[in-house]
Design a protein around this ligand. Structure first.
Ligand code: AR6
Length: 204
């Protein structure tokens, strides 16, 4: 047998560790198709605007379900939210949710840049940080920025999946989050994220 054919016990252990850690990561990430306001979960993330003024898309759906007047009153007290940042309100009439986390994604009108991607991932990072700070263990994200704000669906799915794997592998807070649900509304995102789940499963 040539030297190249030999696999050391250390290499076997590394592969074994990677598979086990990988399985644990994938156990914490779910995709779910439907209306985010219908999920019973600790926190739902809203794809808001910087003025926290309410709007269309998932923002509109969340404001309608939570109670427009009540939620807007809380948002007005907070004021503004910068792109990539996240603020928390109560869930108002959504009694099956503990908090609504409002984040603001980047608007992509021209070619996608690295800075757009950083801003998008900051939305996920700051939402998870805020969830940890508030003791919220399960959190559902819509496909931030990929609707009215024009972020390409496939790039968002790949970037978000890579980010979440890294979070559950390396973040000091990884044990404080039990579950991340990626809430998919459109067929295009369903396709992109299922490809991503397959890619990550094959990697591990
Ligand atoms: N549940 C889950 N996902 C939904 C729902 C729902 N009920 N409704 C729509 N989506 P968008 P953005 C999906 O446009 O691109 C607002 O006016 C939608 O199909 O809601 O970040 C804000 O005020 C898409 O996949 O958010 C801002 O001005 C994803 O949610 C602006 O839109 C995000 O699409 C933010 O734009």
């Amino acid at each position: 047998m040539s030297a190249k054919m030999v696999t050391t016990l250390r290499e076997i252990q590394t592969i074994f560790d990677q598979v086990n850690v990988g399985k644990k990561v994938l156990d914490k990430i779910s995709v779910w198709r439907g209306d985010i306001t219908k999920l019973e979960i600790d926190a739902i993330v809203n794809a808001a605007n910087s003025e926290l003024a309410g709007g269309g898309g998932v923002d509109g759906a969340i404001h309608n379900a939570a109670g427009r007047r009540e939620l807007q009153a809380e948002c007005r007290k907070i004021g503004r939210c910068a792109v990539g940042d996240t603020v928390a309100t109560s869930a108002c009439k959504l009694t099956h949710v503990k908090k609504i986390l409002h984040t603001v994604g980047p608007q992509v009108w021209d070619d996608l840049t690295k800075s757009d991607r950083v801003k998008l991932l900051n939305c996920y990072a700051t939402s998870l940080e805020l969830a940890v700070e508030n003791g919220l263990k399960s959190i559902a994200f819509p496909c931030i920025s990929t609707g009215i704000y024009g972020y390409p669906n496939d790039d968002a799915a790949t970037s978000v999946m890579n980010f979440l794997c890294k979070f559950f592998l390396k973040s000091q807070h990884r044990d404080k989050i039990d579950r991340v649900v990626l809430c998919l509304f459109l067929e295009v995102d369903n396709r992109c994220y299922n490809n991503e789940i397959q890619r990550v499963t094959e990697y591990f």
